[in-house]
Design a protein around this ligand. Structure first.
Ligand SMILES: [Zn+2]
Ligand SMILES: [Zn+2]
Length: 338
């Protein structure tokens, strides 16, 4: 089969590699669509600790079952599938505590290689995080299951409602998914980003205000009557922005740090904000099978309209063009079709 291999930062090679074969419990999926993601872009630009190089590339996908290992009952050959690329081991100390996203093995047993003709889903993913895709969800929409599950993980426990103001820092694909989810809860949403094109998209998705970063302090203050936002979501992964994000939240509010900073990064926060203002600052990483189910139901129920995040479609052989565009800040997510 044809597969995109990220050989070094900036270099994607298309290679003919052997077709994977399903063992007991596995599913072999013929990819219908895969999606580019911010993590892929990071890896393409500067390498990524969780994406070995040279190696298979891409982790957001949907497709059709074309072969299965012994013992798979949930799926038949020909079934359309929506799935994610990881699942917890259910056996480590963290899994026993129910902290499935922090499973000791979840990263080492994940599958990469969605930018290819086929992907092999191992048994632990098939049994926990793979579902039959209904006909009314397109393959492109279904491929949003993974990024949406990440966003659900950070946002779902926060009981955001219609009386809340949410401020999202970063209008990339993840920031925009936060926007969609917060709007689906009825919140007022402010969002900031660098590219006018993305701010336009944010407005068309229901953002109450979308503006460039230099206006953030004034706009958040005025919009909230000087109080500050109830919730702030940091979706850029830059230490300086992590630090400034605590300045936008009201007393007792919550800042969620979604964007991962480079390894070794350090940040400082004003202690008075954490102590006297009782703000909560929390990280969020990956997702649990519960989050994946919630994301699946949101996509199935049409509650989250992800289509506007798709900026174009490229054949697998032209995947390099999609990444060149993303590098220049053009577009949000691209569909890659093998
Ligand atoms: Zn992703
Ligand atoms: Zn585990």
């Amino acid at each position: 089969m044809l597969a995109a291999i990220l050989s070094s930062p900036g270099n994607i090679e298309l290679r003919e590699i052997g077709n994977p074969r399903p063992s007991e419990g596995d599913l072999l999926i013929k990819i219908k669509t895969s999606l580019t993601c911010g993590t892929d872009l990071k890896a393409f630009l500067r390498g990524h600790s969780l994406i070995p190089m040279p190696g298979p590339f891409g982790h957001e996908f949907s497709g059709i079952v074309i072969d299965k290992g012994k013992g798979v009952r949930k799926f038949r050959i020909g079934d359309p599938v929506m799935a994610v690329h990881s699942a917890p081991c259910l056996d480590c100390d963290y899994c026993r505590k129910g902290l499935f996203n922090l499973c000791c093995n979840i990263m080492s047993t994940k599958v990469l290689g969605a930018f290819a003709q086929y992907i092999l889903l191992p048994r632990h993913i098939v049994s926990q995080n793979a579902f039959i895709k209904p006909g009314w969800v397109s393959f492109s929409e279904a491929a949003f299951l993974e990024p949406l599950a990440c966003v659900v993980h950070g946002m779902e426990p926060l009981s955001i409602g219609k009386d809340d103001t949410v401020f999202i820092i970063g209008a990339g694909p993840i920031g925009l998914l936060h926007l969609l989810l917060a709007k689906s809860r009825g919140a007022r949403v402010l969002i900031t980003g660098l590219e006018e094109e993305r701010l336009k998209t944010a407005r068309s998705m229901g953002a109450d205000l979308a503006f460039e970063p230099s206006r953030a302090v004034g706009y958040v203050r005025d919009f909230t009557g000087g109080m500050g936002a109830d919730f702030v979501f940091e979706c850029t992964g830059q230490p300086a922005i992590w630090e400034s994000s605590v300045g936008y939240v009201r007393k007792g509010g919550t800042v969620v740090l979604f964007g991962g900073c480079k390894p070794g990064s350090k940040v400082k926060f004003n202690a008075a904000r954490l102590h006297y203002d009782e703000i909560t600052v929390k990280g969020t990483f990956h997702f649990t099978p519960g989050d994946v189910k919630k994301a699946m139901l949101l996509l199935k129920g049409g509650k989250i309209r992800v289509k506007k995040l798709i900026s174009g479609t490229y054949a697998l052989k032209d995947i390099g063009v999609a990444f060149q565009k993303l590098m220049k800040g053009e577009g949000i997510k691209y569909v890659i079709v093998p």
